[in-house]
Design a protein around this ligand. Structure first.
Ligand SMILES: [Zn+2]
Length: 393
């Protein structure tokens, strides 16, 4: 008994933090599952509502979204160069937001470079990444990339020729030493708890430790209960998790989309971080010119696709309501290409962290409500815009 009390006292911060994370996110999921059952097992209109995050709505003629991809805050956090990059990333975000005045921002993964952060609480950098949007009072949502909860890698220059120094973990001797980072769940939980403008969610428990799997509804200007568009977020892994959209996620998508949009009447847009192999199939040959019907301005590297795939793209191309998929990850690609009935699009490298020196910018999406149309373009750090493309009939 005395031994276990001692253990608890030694590890109290880890235990309490883990419990807090569990209760915050399990409360959301319990509410969701109770609401989705409905009275007597029959689904009523209002029972559907808590299945998806609400609160976004067409207010005028259109709804505009800015995609911020691959910001990579916290790069080289131990020297001058890294923090200077972060200042420049703040500036890119502000310029895009001032020029576009979007209704919503989607952070498309790799907000931070956790493998460059020698601190346990990467939430500090995460908070910095979302602060330009929060500062302007614009709501947002996030999904995870492959760098957001990656383990810290010790830079080689830290090791002297005399030998490798002792590792100093935040909780010396504890199991947390093996990870040396901040878990996906802690990052998103901190964000949700501290930001009323955040629409991010922890995702269903059956898909954990993949976290950013959830749906948001953009409601009609005529009726806040009436969906006009559904946004689906999927966690394509990386970091502490394999780079994959799993069979369980495919099953979840099929079930959820069938429930909330049974006749596929409502347009649907899909967001994740690491491109599917289908991008290789439809995209221009690496380093060649981008020709019509594709649209974009840089095609300077090969598509770096997910490790393994479990049929997500096949499900999407057979669903008429899905209009487009948006990914980040490749900093040297920014094109959109049609694939059967939908479009596969890259965002644009937004942050100064991460590899490559291509000019920074953001992909913008603009939707009109009735009839539904979707157009997109790239807004650059110098204020210019280009690569306009219509992504709906
Ligand atoms: Zn990246």
């Amino acid at each position: 008994m005395e031994k276990s009390l001692k253990w608890f006292w030694k590890h109290r911060s880890v235990v309490l933090c883990t419990l807090a994370v569990f209760f915050t996110c399990s409360a959301t999921n319990t509410a969701e599952s109770l609401a989705s059952v409905g009275v007597g097992g029959t689904r009523r209109r209002n029972d559907l509502a808590p299945l998806v995050g609400k609160g976004l709505r067409f207010s005028g003629l259109s709804f505009r979204i800015a995609l911020f991809a691959d910001l990579h805050y916290g790069e080289n956090a131990w020297d001058d160069w890294g923090p200077k990059q972060d200042v420049k990333s703040d500036k890119v975000q502000s310029i895009v937001l001032d020029n576009e005045m979007p209704d919503f921002v989607i952070y498309l993964g790799d907000l931070i470079t956790a493998n460059n952060l020698p601190i346990h609480n990467a939430s500090l950098y995460w908070d910095r990444a979302i602060s330009p949007t929060r500062g302007k009072g614009i709501p947002w949502a996030i999904l995870f990339g492959n760098h957001d909860d990656a383990s810290f890698e010790w830079p080689l220059e830290w090791f002297s020729s005399a030998g490798i120094p002792d590792v100093h973990c935040p909780f010396a001797g504890g199991k947390s030493c093996s990870f040396r980072g901040t878990m996906r769940m802690e990052l998103v939980k901190e964000e949700i708890e501290n930001n009323i403008l955040s629409h991010s969610q922890c995702g269903p428990t059956e898909l954990w430790p993949g976290i950013s799997n959830y749906i948001l509804q953009i409601s009609s200007s005529k009726d806040p209960d009436l969906p006009s568009v559904f946004l689906y977020f999927l966690d394509s892994g990386g970091g502490s998790y394999p780079e994959v959209i799993s069979f369980a996620q495919v099953k979840w998508f099929k079930e959820k989309s069938r429930t909330i949009n049974p006749d596929a009447r409502i347009p649907e847009l899909i967001f994740w971080h690491i491109p599917s192999k289908a991008y290789k199939k439809v995209g221009p040959h690496p380093k060649s010119r981008i020709r019509s019907p594709c649209s974009g301005s840089i095609n300077d590297e090969e598509v770096a696709s997910q490790d393994v795939e479990w049929g997500m793209i096949d499900v999407l191309i057979n669903r008429s309501s899905v209009k487009a998929v948006f990914v980040g990850h490749n900093h040297g690609l920014d094109w959109c290409c049609p694939y059967k009935s939908l479009w596969l699009c890259f965002a644009r490298h937004t942050g100064y962290g991460g590899y490559g020196n291509w000019a920074r910018g953001a992909r913008i999406l603009e939707m009109k409500e009735d009839p539904f149309t979707l157009t997109s373009w790239l807004r650059m750090e110098d204020g210019s815009s280009h690569s306009y493309v219509k992504l709906s009939p």
